[in-house]
Design a protein around this ligand. Structure first.
Ligand code: 2RA
Length: 326
């Protein structure tokens, strides 16, 4: 009897997780949908069956789920993930709460596997996931010496509030999620500013890249920017390689990888765009070119669906792997 729970089932990521259960053929005998009191009572279809969303309370973990997938924000994860863990559940958490904790695995299934004893497994930040997927073939083939990211992040990364600000902004209404209008604008500001001048989103990209690729000394920098795009993040990766490589060798490194779609024919206007990436499972990579200002350095552009590969899909891929392990 396999019992699975989804916490945050009614949110932007949670509802996609439910869709992913079908796509990844998650074999559970019992699926429980959980949310805050505000959304409890809603009815949602899971794999063709209607489920009523229940309120998450301190009593809930005692139901002893085998697996719990959480996407309900950092404070809910801080409070509840350890309670689920104490009750024997394997917890896959989409918040930033546990990602950088020592002893907690931070997993992108195409790159690394959970190997630690804790039963909480962290799902990385969306912009980090697509970036490390794009970096991995280069790390394997040429080694990485330095990475500098610039992101172009969709408003769906801020949940329904971000989508609302974009839509309402187009009608001339003031923002409620962002400090400035996002319609007709770009904001070099994602999450809070830290003392070092970076935003928390930028620091996440730096720390998580080092942890996932297991390269703790890799110099990484990032500038994260919110753009008026509904869905799918784009990232400009400027990467310096350890071993000498030609542009063609770098391009070839992305060929024949099932979870990467190489779209790189600028002469015919072919390059990855967020619109093309939306709804797709792969990370799209293109516009590969030598950075002529720096030795052995390349520009790589990537786009991916931040709600799918950046969140719901990656979490469900981890779930599937864990279920296959048992
Ligand atoms: C964003 N990375 O796009 C965040 C979501 N986790 O705002």
């Amino acid at each position: 009897m396999v019992k699975v729970a989804i916490v945050g089932a009614t949110g932007v990521v949670g509802t996609k997780m439910i869709e992913m259960f079908e796509q990844y053929d998650i074999q559970a005998d019992e699926i429980t949908l959980l949310s805050s009191a505000r959304s409890a009572g809603k009815k949602l279809q899971v794999m063709g069956k209607e489920h009523t969303v229940e309120e998450l309370t301190e009593e809930t973990p005692k139901q002893k789920f085998d697996y719990v997938v959480m996407s309900a924000g950092g404070s809910t994860s801080k409070q509840f993930a350890p309670l689920f863990e104490e009750n024997g559940s394997i917890v896959i958490d989409n918040s930033s709460q546990w990602r950088m904790h020592e002893g907690i695995d931070l997993v992108v299934p195409e790159i690394n596997e959970p190997k630690l004893d804790r039963k909480i497994i962290a799902n990385p930040n969306c912009s980090t996931i697509q970036s490390v997927v794009a970096l991995k073939p280069l790390a394997d083939e040429f080694g990485l010496k330095r990475v500098n990211y610039t992101t172009y992040q969709a408003v769906s990364g801020s949940g329904s509030g971000g989508l609302r600000d974009l839509e309402e902004g187009a009608r001339g209404n003031a923002p409620t999620t962002y400090p400035h209008p996002i319609h007709d604008n770009v904001l070099p500001h994602i999450d809070v500013f830290l003392e070092n001048g970076y935003t928390k989103e930028e620091q996440k990209m730096i720390d998580e890249t080092q942890k996932i690729l297991d390269l703790p000394e890799l110099p990484v920098s990032a500038t994260c920017v919110r753009v008026p795009v509904s869905n799918s993040h784009s990232v400009q990766i400027n990467v310096t390689l350890e071993k000498d490589a030609t542009e063609e060798e770098v391009r070839n490194a992305f060929k024949n990888i099932p979870h990467i779609k190489l779209v790189d024919d600028p002469e015919n206007n072919e390059y990855p765009t967020p619109l093309e990436a939306t709804g797709k499972p792969e990370v799209f990579v293109g516009r590969i070119r030598k950075d002529n200002s720096m030795e052995n350095t390349f520009h790589v552009w990537c786009a991916a669906d931040n709600i799918l590969k950046g969140a719901a899909q990656n979490s469900v891929q981890i779930l599937k792997k864990m279920m296959e392990r048992e």
